[in-house]
Each structure stands twice: as structure tokens, then as C-alpha cells.
Ligand binder design. Structure first.
Ligand SMILES: CC(C)(COP(=O)(O)OP(=O)(O)OC[C@H]1O[C@@H](n2cnc3c(N)ncnc32)[C@H](O)[C@@H]1OP(=O)(O)O)[C@@H](O)C(=O)NCCC(=O)NCCSC(=O)C[C@@H](O)CCCCCCCCCCCCC(=O)O
Length: 718
């Protein structure tokens, strides 16, 4: 609703009241209409102040209403009505003014913000564009270039920047409300015509076309295939070139197109699932409701390799004092130098005062950890070494200290078996670079206690990461699903495709990088090491093993052969591509002839592999593994899998995540295609459709949010 009150000085105050973010729901819009009409009709009222309850102006349109039938008064005429008011309307921006919230404020004649407030036209992050006049009013207010940036990125703009750009008229460190009331009194009675943005012309650079073209290039690089940012550019072009009324018409047309696109639905799904994952409930019933996280006042990181350094920086940035441990003086010195320079860069970039950083001390002595609340071990992926460390930690640390292992796939239960209190052992799978990447897989072993999970999830929040609780299995959720996906990519090369063809298809789907470019970036030796560990190649491989088969299943030795010949990716200048200029991947003629030789050596008839087949085999095998993960209870819900993929594996947000995408494509189609590919390749068991997928198809392919109820509770590993 919106509350109305009259205060001395002939001011009407209208307060949007719809916790938690004062979203513009049907009821709120109705109330705004009514209260603005009342204020304009009241002879005693000379000016109107519009604010939000609980220190937040407005989080925009009510996103939940987008999936229902639209009811109530629309936003556009409501904002027009405010702008047309002869009495000045002053918006008080505290907390946030996002999306429709900022559009509402742009319809007001003045905007006064608190210094801690943020504004933004965030619709593009939901697969939409600002469709309550934002694409037309903002360019008129601050000029086309600045508005284009804000509208196409959806970024949050600080109050300081907002006043510099002219989005708000004034910023105050004290009460924005009091400031606005005093200000409203001074402008009461003035003509409002000059304050109506719809009457302004947008300041436009001479080279408008090249500005817009440049924006489209950046959009293609950042989010290839996403419709919303492109529509935003078109809407801003309309603001620059058309009268307001025609620009508004264009805005509405573009919105209608986006609104009914699957992309908007996918991105709104991402918005809600990310928040649902943070709420953390497991099928076994553990949740925030019944479990209290232990406070973390001091933490330790063991190992200052790439991951350990990033984790130490993350902890410090969250204001948590850290003890960093290494085994040798030389490594400790190098680690300290690297961490300190990372922190300096971080604080310069983010404008963090040193006082807000947690202190970091460096030591070779594990006994210094006796008072820490939480330890994150981040040494190499070596089970024996990790077990040795956990055994030592058990004797050194406090009995209630949480012991975390940063591993990308080792068995948490086995690591916990070396600790005296396995219930306090939890996996924390950070992603590289750990101080940048948002995802944290919180891995529960069979003995991990709810308190340990809650503490790790609370830590994720403090580190501003997206924590997702997963069960213990090789590769957990994310890496486990990557395996069949990567394997399909190798098989496609064996059958006739080229790395650049596979990558192009995946990049057109929306991944920032295709799988072969990703492998070159992270180093082919990472997978090689783990295949050697598993005895799939290298010295542990039994003599006489067939080159292209392991345990009766198809196997591709292609990546092993590349590694053996020293092609480890970008770091050696050669991998699946050639890197003559640093980081620039070019197709390598050597690889092409190597693949031809390989095919003829193994009698493989090379064929043209179509784009559909590339996409379907790569994605559906990954999705199929997702269904197996659900069936085994390794993930609590399909939404959790999708959050992991969107926030940690570059799955395009406008495709919602693998499980959501499967549902959008149609589960019967996914099943049908998997059956087809499995018939064609019976030696690839990953292509055999999982029983969970069959079950969902048999039940009529219910929407994703209903799958959780169908997952057998008793199989849950969580
Ligand atoms: C605001 C935040 C920054 C707050 O962050 P914080 O961390 O404090 O809290 P949470 O993020 O956890 O949120 C708390 C709680 O609130 C829920 N929530 C947040 N925002 C909204 C919202 N806008 N609507 C509904 N619910 C919201 C959130 O889910 C949490 O709930 P939970 O149950 O999980 O506790 C942060 O929340 C944030 O960033 N929010 C999103 C801000 C945003 O992006 N706003 C833009 C919204 S879209 C918009 O405004 C569109 C406008 O341009 C209006 C367009 C007009 C529409 C007209 C439609 C015409 C369609 C025509 C189609 C015709 C088709 C045809 O022809 O048929």
C-alpha cells in the first residue's frame, strides 16, 4: 500500500509500504494513484514528498506478478500522472531505487538521495528493459552515453555517482526525508513544466551510430545471444531520435517482445532460485530454522597456492582475521607477497579502507591455529596429504573448530575419517580465482553435522558468495556434470568435428567460452593429473588396455596425447588451439592433421557433425548427469543445480540453468534425443537416459519447481 499523511508546511507525504523492498505490486500502484490524486486535489497541499518505508525507496515492479495475469493500474500512466502534477513531487531515495522504482522517481520533479543509497535500471538482469518510461526519461535527463551504459548493464549506481551524473538533484549524509521536506517547501508554487523530463530532448553525441554499435559489440562479448540488452540499445536509440510519445511506444513494443520471450522467464527464475539456495533447506530437514551457525571470529588457510591465496583475500575482505600457513619459508614469503599485493589491488579497486580488512598473519607453525574458529585447508588435490593435515588439525585446533577442505572433487568422508571430529568436517569447493568467483559448493559428507553446514553457508554469505549445499560424490555437482559434457566434446572431435566448430556452437548458445578454449585456459594438465590418478592413463594403466576403451566403455585418449606432447594449453602456447599472441586462440593446422591421422589410425570414418548434434550431445549429456545427481540425492533440488551452473560454470543466465533449460526445451525431446544418441553410441553409458528423466516425462513433465517433491527423500545424501 501507500500511506498518506499531511504534515505542517502544506506538504503531503506518501509512503510506499510493501516490505521487504516496497515493490510496486498491484495494491501499491492502486494506493499511489489514489494518494497522488488526493494530494493534488487537496487545496491545502502545496507540495508532495514520495518516500519508501523502512529506509528503502523501491525495488521496482513486483517481479512475482510477472508470472501471473496482470491486474491493477499500469505503471506508465501512473508515472505520467505524477509528472503532470502542477504541485512539485519530490522523491526521497533511501536504500534502493531500482527498476520501476527509479522510473517512478524519474517521473517526480526532484530527487533527493541519502548518501548510502543506490539507484539503477536493473531490468536487463531480469531479461527485460525499463518499460515504465525509464529508457526514454533517463537519456533525456543525463544524456545518451551515460544512460546507455546504465540501462544496458543494469549496474547499481551509488548516490555519489548519481548526483554527478544528474540522476538525483542532491545527496545528503543526514536525513534525506527532512532534506526533501524542506526542499519541497522552497519549490512549492513554482511552475513544474521545466521539470518534466518527457518534455526534454536527450543530449546526443554526433556519432550516435558508432556509440550504439560499440555498445552492441560489448553486449555480444558479455552476453552473447541475450535479447534484453540489445532491446535496451534499440529503446535508447528511440529516445535519441524520436519524440517522447513515439519513444514510449517503441519501449512498450520492445517490452512486449521481451516479456513473452523465454529469456525473461529464465532470468527471473535465476533471480528467485539464487535467493532460494541461500535459504538452505535439505531434504533431511536441516535449515536455518533449526540450525545455528557458529560465529567465525578468526579463520586460517592452509596452503598459499592459487586457491589458498584467493581464499585468504576473500576472508580478509570480509573483515575476518586470517592466519595463513605454509610448509616452507620460501613458499610462505612468496605467498605473503602475492596476498599483500592482491589485497592492495582489491582495496584500491573497491575503495576499501585498510581498517575494514581482516588482518593476515603468516606462519609455518600449525600450532598457531589453536584458537581459530574455522580452518580452510587448500593444499594440492592429494588425498594422503589432506588426511595427514586433518589428523594434525584434530590435535591442534579447538574441539569445536570447523575444519573445511577446499577440494574440487575428493571424497569428503575419507578426508573426515582422518579427523577426530568428522561431524565438523565440511567441503568448501571454491572456484578460481577464489576472491572473484561467486560460487561456493558446500559439501556435506555423510557425517557432516547441520551446524557445520550452517557455519559454512553463513561464511559464504559473509564472503558475498553464493553458497549451495551439495552431497559427497566424485566431482560433487558442478564438476561431475562437466565430465560427460567434456567427454562428448572429445568424441565429437574423434568423429570429425574441429575444436573451433564445437566452441562456436557453445558460444552461440551463450557460454562466454567454448569447452576447448576453457580447457586451454585452465590447463590441460589439470584433467590429465586426475585421469592418471584414476588409472585411466599413465603408469597405473594396465598394460594391454585398448586405446579407446576403459572398462568396456568408450574412452578418448585425445587429451592425454596432447598433454604427452607438451600441449598443455595457453601456458605452453599450444593446446586445442595455437597461441602465437598471448591469449588469442587460433585454429591450429597441426591439430587438424593430427586429428586426421588419429582417425585413420583407429579406422574412424570422419563425417560432418552438424551444429544441432554438437549442442545436443554436449548439453543433454550434462543435463542427464544432473538428473542422476537429483536421483541420488546429491543436490536437494534442480534449482540448486541451476544456481551452481549459472554462478560457477558460465552457463548463460538467459537460459536459466541446465535443468530449467531442459524443461524449456521439453523433457520428452531431451529424452528422445538421448535415446537416439545412446542407440547410436551404445558404448557411451552417460547417454543412457536417467530414470529420473523418464519418471518426469511419464508424469507429464511438471515445471521445475515441482520436481523437488518427486525426488525420493530416502535417497538424499543431504
Ligand atoms: C532490492 C534488492 C537490492 C534488495 O536486496 P537484499 O539483499 O536486501 O534482499 P533480497 O534480494 O534477498 O530480497 C528480499 C526479498 O525481496 C524479494 N524481492 C526483491 N525485489 C523484488 C521485486 N522487485 N519484486 C518482488 N520481490 C522482490 C526477494 O525475492 C526476496 O524475497 P524472499 O522471499 O527470497 O526473501 C534486491 O532484492 C534486488 O535487486 N531486487 C530486484 C530489483 C530489480 O531488478 N527491480 C526491477 C524489477 S522489474 C521492473 O521494475 C520493471 C519496470 O520497468 C516496470 C515495467 C512495467 C511492466 C509492464 C509489464 C508489461 C508487459 C507487457 C507484456 C504484454 C505481453 C502480451 O502482449 O501479452
Amino acid at each position: 500500500m501507500a500511506l498518506y499523511r499531511r504534515i505542517p508546511g502544506a506538504i503531503a507525504v506518501i509512503t510506499l509500504t510493501n516490505p521487504p523492498v516496497n515493490a510496486l505490486s498491484c495494491t501499491v500502484r492502486e494506493a499511489i494513484y489514489e494518494t497522488v490524486k488526493r494530494a493534488t486535489a487537496d487545496q491545502e497541499v502545496k507540495a508532495i514528498v514520495l518516500c519508501g518505508a523502512n529506509g528503502k525507496f523501491c525495488g521496482g515492479a513486483d517481479i512475482k506478478e510477472f508470472s501471473r495475469e496482470m491486474r491493477g493500474p499500469p505503471l506508465v500512466p501512473m508515472i505520467d500522472m505524477i509528472e503532470e502534477s502542477e504541485k512539485p513531487v519530490v522523491a526521497v531515495i533511501e536504500g534502493v531505487a531500482f527498476g520501476g522504482g527509479l522510473e517512478l522517481a524519474l517521473g517526480c520533479h526532484y530527487r533527493i538521495a541519502h548518501s548510502g543509497a543506490q539507484v539503477g535500471l536493473t531490468e536487463v538482469t531480469l531479461g527485460l528493459l525499463p518499460a515504465a518510461g525509464g529508457t526514454q526519461r533517463l537519456p533525456r535527463l543525463i544524456g545518451v552515453p551515460a544512460a546507455l551504459d546504465i540501462i544496458t548493464t543494469g549496474r547499481h549506481v551509488s548516490a555519489q555517482e548519481a548526483v554527478r551524473l544528474g540522476i538525483v538533484d542532491k545527496v545528503t549524509d543526514s536525513s534525506a526525508m527532512e532534506e526533501a521536506i524542506e526542499f519541497a517547501k522552497t519549490v512549492a508554487g513554482e511552475p513544474m513544466g521545466p521539470r518534466r523530463l518527457s518534455l526534454w530532448t536527450a543530449a546526443c553525441p554526433e556519432d550516435l551510430d558508432s556509440l550504439l554499435e560499440g555498445a552492441l559489440v560489448r553486449i555480444r562479448q558479455r552476453s552473447r545471444g541475450a535479447l534484453a540488452p540489445v532491446a535496451c540499445v534499440q529503446a535508447v536509440r528511440a529516445a535519441a531520435s524520436l519524440p517522447f510519445a513515439q519513444g514510449m511506444k517503441k519501449e512498450q513494443e520492445l517490452m512486449a517482445y521481451l516479456f513473452t520471450s523465454g529469456q525473461a522467464r529464465a532470468m527471473q527464475y535465476c533471480f528467485f532460485t539464487q535467493r532460494a539456495a541461500a535459504r538452505w533447506t535439505t531434504p533431511s530437514g536441516a535449515s536455518w530454522e533449526n540450525t545455528k551457525a557458529r560465529p567465525v571470529r578468526q579463520a586460517a588457510v592452509i596452503g598459499l597456492g592459487t586457491m589458498g591465496k584467493g581464499i585468504a583475500v576473500s576472508l580478509s575482505r570480509a573483515g575476518i582475521p586470517v592466519i595463513a600457513v605454509e610448509t616452507e619459508q620460501k613458499r610462505l614469503k612468496a605467498g605473503r607477497k602475492a596476498v599483500n599485493s592482491m589485497l592492495t589491488r582489491e582495496s584500491q579497486k573497491r575503495g576499501l579502507a585498510e581498517a575494514h580488512l581482516g588482518s593476515i598473519s603468516f606462519t609455518l607453525d600449525l600450532r598457531k591455529l589453536r584458537d581459530t574458529d574455522l580452518v580452510i585447508e587448500a593444499v594440492f588435490e592429494d588425498m594422503a596429504l589432506k588426511k595427514q593435515i586433518f589428523s594434525k588439525l584434530s590435535s591442534v585446533c579447538r574441539p569445536d573448530a570447523l575444519l573445511c577442505t577446499n577440494t574440487s572433487g575428493l571424497n569428503i568422508d575419507e578426508i573426515a575419517s582422518a579427523a577426530s571430529r568428522p561431524e565438523l568436517v565440511v567441503g568448501t569447493h571454491f572456484f578460481a580465482p577464489a576472491h572473484v568467483m561467486k560460487l561456493l559448493e558446500v559439501v556435506c559428507g555423510p557425517r557432516t553435522s547441520p551446524v557445520a553446514v550452517a557455519t559454512a553457508m553463513q561464511l559464504a554469505k559473509r564472503l558475498e558468495k553464493i553458497g549451495v549445499v551439495v552431497g559427497n560424490c566424485s566431482g560433487f555437482v558442478g564438476n561431475r556434470m562437466m565430465r560427460p559434457y567434456t567427454e562428448q566434446a572429445y568424441y565429437l572431435l574423434e568423429e570429425g568435428a574441429r575444436p573451433e566448430e564445437v566452441d562456436l556452437v557453445l558460444e552461440e548458445f551463450g557460454f562466454a567460452m567454448g569447452i576447448f578454449r576453457v580447457m586451454d585456459l585452465s590447463g590441460l594438465d589439470v584433467g590429465w593429473r586426475s585421469r592418471k590418478e584414476l588409472g585411466l592413463t599413465g603408469p597405473k594403466l594396465p598394460p594391454g588396455t585398448e586405446a579407446r576403451s576403459r572398462g568396456g566403455k568408450r574412452y578418448s585418449p585425445l587429451p592425454d596425447i596432447l598433454c604427452e606432447s607438451g600441449r598443455l594449453g595457453q601456458k605452453t602456447g599450444r593446446g586445442w588451439y595455437l597461441y602465437e599472441k598471448e591469449r588469442v586462440a587460433t585454429p591450429d593446422p597441426w591439430l587438424q592433421s593430427f586429428l586426421e591421422d588419429y582417425r585413420s589410425r583407429f579406422g574412424i570414418q570422419s563425417r560432418r557433425v552438424g551444429q544441432d548434434e554438437i549442442l545436443e550431445r554436449c548439453l543433454y549429456s550434462l543435463i542427464n548427469e544432473g538428473f542422476r545427481i537429483l536421483q541420488e540425492g546429491i543436490a536437494a533440488s534442480p534449482e540448486d543445480i541451476d544456481v551452481i551452473y549459472v554462478s560457477g560454470y558460465g552457463w548463460p543466465r538467459h537460459r536459466g540453468g541446465p535443468m530449467f533449460y531442459a524443461w524449456m526445451v521439453g523433457l520428452p525431446k531431451v529424452l528422445d534425443k538421448l535415446e537416439h544418441y545412446h542407440r547410436t553410441h551404445p558404448d557411451i553409458p552417460n547417454l543412457a537416459p536417467s530414470s529420473m528423466l523418464r519418471k518426469l516425462v511419464a508424469r507429464g513433465s511438471p515445471p521445475v519447481h515441482q520436481w523437488r517433491a518427486l525426488i525420493q527423500q530416502h535417497s538424499s545424501q543431504l
